[in-house]
Design a protein around this ligand. Structure first.
Ligand SMILES: Nc1ncnc2c1ncn2[C@@H]1O[C@H](COP(=O)(O)OP(=O)(O)OP(=O)(O)O)[C@@H](O)[C@H]1O
Length: 243
C-alpha cells in the first residue's frame, strides 16, 4: 500500500507539491497522471526515498518513510523514465548484480524467463552501452521484477517501447498486481493506462484533483465514453476555470 498525507515538497521557495493526500491500496494498480510539471516525478521520487518531503507523512509497504527509510527502500522499487544502467555490465550481469545486492536465491530461471518475456534473450550477454533505449528500459524493469517488490513505482515506463513490448509490459504489470504488489504508474499515455489501472491519482500543479477507484472517476467525470482521457480533461479544465 501507499498512503500519503499532507505531502508537501518545495525546491527552495518553489512549491512543487502542495499538501497532497492520497492512498493506493495493496494489490491496486494506480495511474498517476497530470499535466507537465504537475509533480508526478517529484511524488514518485519522494515515495521511494530519493527526495525528502518538506512536510507530510508517507507510508509505503507498511513502513513510515521518516522512521524507516531503509524498510521502504527494501520493499519498494523505482524505475525512472530514463533508467541509468552500468555501461560496462551485460544484461545478465545487471540481473546478477541485483540478485547479489538483494541476496536472491535460485533467481536464474526467473531471470531467464523475464528476458524471454521482454524479448531480450538474444541480448543476454550484450553490454548495456550497446542496447537501444527501449531495451535499456526493459532491462531496468526486468531488474526490479526480479526483486518481487511489494510496491512498484514506474515513471513513464512505456516511453520508448515498441507496441509488442508495451503489450508485454502491461501484462506483466497486471501480473504484479495479481500477486499482491501495489503499482503506481506515471504516464501521459492515457489510453495505455486506461484499461490497465484500477485506481487513479490525478494531480495538477502539485494538488490532487482526484484519487480513488478508476470506476468512480469514470462514473463521475468520464462523460458518455467513461474514458480516462475524458476524466483528465474534465478535471483539469474545471481546476483551470476555478483559478
Ligand atoms: N530539482 C528541482 N529544482 C527546482 N524545481 C524543480 C526540480 N525538480 C522539479 N522541479 C519543478 O517542480 C515541478 C514539478 O516537477 P515534476 O518533474 O515533479 O513534474 P512532472 O509532473 O513529473 O512533469 P512532467 O510530466 O513534465 O514530467 C515543476 O514545476 C518543475 O520545474
Amino acid at each position: 500500500m501507499i498512503a500519503v498525507e499532507h505531502f508537501r515538497k518545495q525546491y527552495g521557495d518553489f512549491v512543487a507539491v502542495a499538501g497532497a493526500s492520497f492512498e493506493v491500496p495493496a494489490g491496486a494498480i494506480a495511474a498517476l497522471v497530470g499535466p507537465n510539471g504537475a509533480g508526478k516525478t517529484t511524488t514518485i521520487r519522494t515515495l521511494c526515498g530519493i527526495l525528502r518531503p518538506t512536510s507530510g507523512t508517507i507510508r509505503v509497504a507498511g513502513c513510515d518513510l521518516a522512521d524507516d527509510p531503509l524498510g521502504v527502500k527494501q520493499r519498494a522499487a523505482y524505475v525512472p523514465d530514463d533508467p541509468p544502467l552500468f555501461d560496462t555490465l551485460t544484461v545478465w550481469e545487471h540481473l546478477k548484480f541485483i540478485a547479489s545486492a538483494y541476496r536472491l536465491v535460485d533467481w536464474e530461471p526467473e531471470a531467464d524467463g523475464l528476458l524471454e518475456q521482454f524479448e531480450l534473450a538474444e541480448k543476454k550477454h550484450t553490454l548495456a552501452s550497446e542496447l537501444s533505449r527501449g531495451m535499456r528500459q526493459k532491462v531496468a524493469i526486468a531488474c526490479v521484477y526480479l526483486r518481487r517488490p511489494d510496491v512498484l513505482l514506474l515513471d513513464e515506463p512505456m516511453t520508448g517501447l515498441d507496441p509488442s513490448s508495451i503489450r508485454t509490459l502491461k501484462e506483466m504489470i497486471a501480473q504484479q498486481g495479481a500477486r499482491g504488489a501495489t503499482v503506481l504508474v506515471s504516464s501521459h499515455l492515457l489510453s495505455l493506462v486506461d484499461d490497465l489501472c484500477d485506481h487513479l491519482v490525478l494531480i495538477r500543479r502539485g494538488s490532487v484533483l482526484f484519487h480513488g477507484p478508476m470506476s468512480q472517476a469514470r462514473r463521475e467525470f468520464g462523460g458518455p465514453n467513461q474514458s480516462l482521457e475524458e476524466v483528465f480533461f474534465r478535471l483539469t479544465s474545471e481546476a483551470e476555470r476555478s483559478v
